[in-house]
Design a binder for this molecule. Structure first.
Ligand code: NAD
Ligand code: UDP
Length: 313
């Protein structure tokens, strides 16, 4: 049995990760400040003697003995990470320093949940890990993009300077049950709008693309990365290469929900990346991983979840 720390463990992805780690017989400690996470996501785990939830902000140091650390704490939705941009950078950078310092002291392996946002508005398509990105350093998304880029730098410097055992995955847009109804990201917004019969809000003309990965696939990829030999550091892209325009996504959500909602076009948002699709050759070859749940199948499961969530069950 391994003892594993999950920061951001009460969030959307963190709570699914806690579930899987416990199911595989590990002891899990979840750290969260509940900024975007919810007790509801982990309430089913609170009676499990191998699970512990601790309210803690990772911008402050934390001391514990564990074998592995998954560092997921950070708001991931643009509206939430832009709400307090300075705090977002502190979470990414000071949080990484605190967790890397902990990993160094206790000789734990630490995995960073990085992001496709490190590629910014990419000029190379699809995006391989070798691409250095096209990020505006002073824009409204920079607190997240540059924070995550700096966290990657810290991970590699702690490895080079202090031999910390690191793993970095770059997560592309991931969705599924336990997203907050007010999360603000595109899939949750569109499904909630469709179920409520409200207008579906497309920012810009909807020709921008994203590649959407279902949460269960993502968690498998992230855990496979943690299991790799010590010399595998990453970064490795984890995502689903199926690429859709935002307009196509709106149409699919309307079709699957049977909604009468209409599409309403809103002004384009600043620095919105125009295209995004992962090259996943490394994930395939090194992790033996690829996504198995395609968009419609994943959306059906997510719609079921939001139907329950909105009916208050
Ligand atoms: P989320 O917002 O649901 O989860 C983030 C969690 O971190 C929340 O529970 C939040 O309360 C917690 N948190 C935030 N700041 C904290 C702090 N200072 N101290 C302690 N806890 C803090 O988002 P998510 O989608 O589950 O994302 C999890 C991680 O994966 C994030 O690091 C995110 O950047 C990364 N990621 C997610 C996606 C995606 O599409 N879901 C894509 C790329 C990267
Ligand atoms: N988007 C949209 N309507 C919404 C929410 C998002 O058109 O209600 C668009 C957004 O402009 C972006 C894409 O959907 O082009 C994905 O946005 P999201 O916030 O989910 O993630 P990110 O931009 O970080 O990939």
């Amino acid at each position: 049995m391994k003892k594993i720390l999950v920061t951001g463990g009460a969030g959307f992805l963190g709570s699914h990760l806690c579930d899987r780690l416990l199911a595989e017989g590990n002891e899990v400690i979840c750290l969260d400040n509940y900024f975007t996470g919810r007790k509801k996501n982990i309430v089913h785990l609170l009676d499990n003697p191998y699970f512990e939830a601790i309210r803690h902000d990772i911008t402050d140091p934390y001391f514990i003995e564990v074998d592995e650390i998954y560092n997921l704490a950070c708001p991931a939705s643009p509206i939430h990470y832009q709400y307090n941009p300075i705090k977002t950078i502190k979470t990414s950078v000071m949080g990484a320093i605190n967790m890397l310092g902990l990993a160094k002291r206790i000789k734990a392996t630490i995995l960073q949940a990085s992001t496709s946002e490190v590629y910014g508005d990419p000029t190379i398509h699809p995006q391989p890990e070798e691409y250095w990105g096209n990020v505006n350093p002073i824009g409204i998304r920079s607190c997240y993009d540059e924070g995550k880029r700096c966290a990657e730098t810290l991970f590699f410097d702690y490895h080079r300077q202090n031999n910390v055992k690191i793993k970095v995955v770059r997560i592309f847009n991931t969705y599924g049950p336990r997203m907050h109804p007010n999360d603000g990201r595109v899939i949750s917004n569109f499904i909630v709008q469709a179920l409520k019969g409200e207008n579906i809000t497309i920012y810009g003309d909807g020709s921008q693309t994203r590649s959407f990965c279902y949460c269960d696939d993502l968690i498998k990829g992230m855990m496979a990365m943690m299991e790799t030999p010590e010399n595998i550091l990453g970064p490795i892209n984890i995502g689903n290469p199926g690429e859709f325009t935002i307009r196509e996504l709106a149409e699919i959500v309307i079709e699957l929900t049977g909604s009468k909602s209409k599409i309403s076009y809103m002004p384009q948002i600043e620095d919105d990346p125009m295209q995004r699709k992962p090259v996943i050759d490394k994930a395939r070859n090194i992790l033996g991983w690829e996504p198995s749940i395609q968009l419609k199948e994943g959306l059906i499961k997510t719609i079921e979840y939001f139907e329950k969530e909105l009916s208050g069950k």
